[in-house]
Design a protein around this ligand. Structure first.
Ligand code: PGA
Length: 269
């Protein structure tokens, strides 16, 4: 059976009250789905709220109402800085994420790379710091539309991944996953073809092997994933989950994707 992970990236949405309400709706929905379908094989579910809503989410997860379901959801940071503390205005460190209830962090999202001008080396440094601190890392890579048109997709993926391999600390095996997110597919409704995601995933695994990464490396797909199209990605052999933006902001659509992941995992048994 294929282990699946679904990450809901809430980006710059939800104040603490809204985050609490959304997480409650997801937890209630998951409880209900588990009553219908039983305990397995559910995907691992992560939500990445804005930093300012982490405390509200942590509180919600402690609510007695969700004692049965709470194990099913982890909190993740949307980003992480490479230093543990210091004069870095606006930055959040890996130990801070851990202390705020996160076990995972998203690193190198294309919005960080494009809008905040984060370089490949910086993204790799962030991943290293997060892994060293004990977080699990979802490292995002993906090409722009023009790069795909010029046939440069694989070269771009190689360039984005390259600094990572030499920086990975000992013991990161099993705590790193790559999210293949073509930039042109993010928030556009223009999702990649499942076979293109498969090709990228196979290439990423091969690069990891050449880079000396030991063992299996899960690859997730991200970019306009919806309850309607998610199943097609989960059926592709090399895709082990999804990074979801827009569709993670409504409990109903996020739960639809979790159901598709459950079916995908079942289908691969
Ligand atoms: P989207 O975002 O699902 O809204 O396309 C995906 C992402 O940015 O991770």
């Amino acid at each position: 059976m294929k282990p699946m992970t679904v990450v809901g990236n809430w980006k710059m949405h939800t104040n603490p009250a809204e985050a609490r309400a959304l997480l409650r709706d997801i937890l209630r929905g998951l409880t209900h789905l588990r009553e219908i379908h039983g305990s397995g094989p559910w995907p691992r579910v992560l939500v990445a709220p804005p930093f300012t809503s982490l405390a509200a989410c942590q509180e919600t997860l402690r609510d007695d109402e969700f004692a049965e379901t709470v194990w099913a959801i982890h909190l993740a940071g949307q980003d992480v800085f490479w230093e543990a503390e210091g004069a870095y205005t606006g930055a959040i460190s890996a130990p801070m994420l851990l202390a705020s209830g996160c076990r995972e962090a998203v690193v190198g999202h294309s919005e960080r790379r494009r809008i905040f001008r984060e370089t490949e080396e910086e993204a790799a440094k962030k991943a290293k710091a997060a892994l060293e601190a004990g977080l699990e890392v979802f490292f995002c890579v993906g090409e722009e539309e023009k790069e795909r048109e010029r046939g440069e997709t694989l070269a771009v993926l190689r360039r984005q991944l390259e600094p990572l391999w030499s920086l990975l600390p000992e013991g990161s095996q099993g705590r790193l996953a790559i999210a293949y997110e073509p930039v042109w597919a993010i928030g556009t409704g223009k999702a990649a073809q499942p076979q293109d995601a498969e090709e990228a995933a196979l290439f990423i695994r091969e690069e990891a092997r050449k880079g000396g990464y030991p063992g299996d490396l899960p690859v997730l797909y991200g970019g306009s994933v919806t309850p309607e199209n998610a199943g097609a990605y989960f059926q592709v052999p090399s895709i082990q989950g999804a990074l979801v933006g827009g569709a993670s902001l409504k409990a109903a659509s996020f739960l639809g994707i979790l159901e598709a992941a459950r079916k995908g995992a079942e289908g691969s048994s």
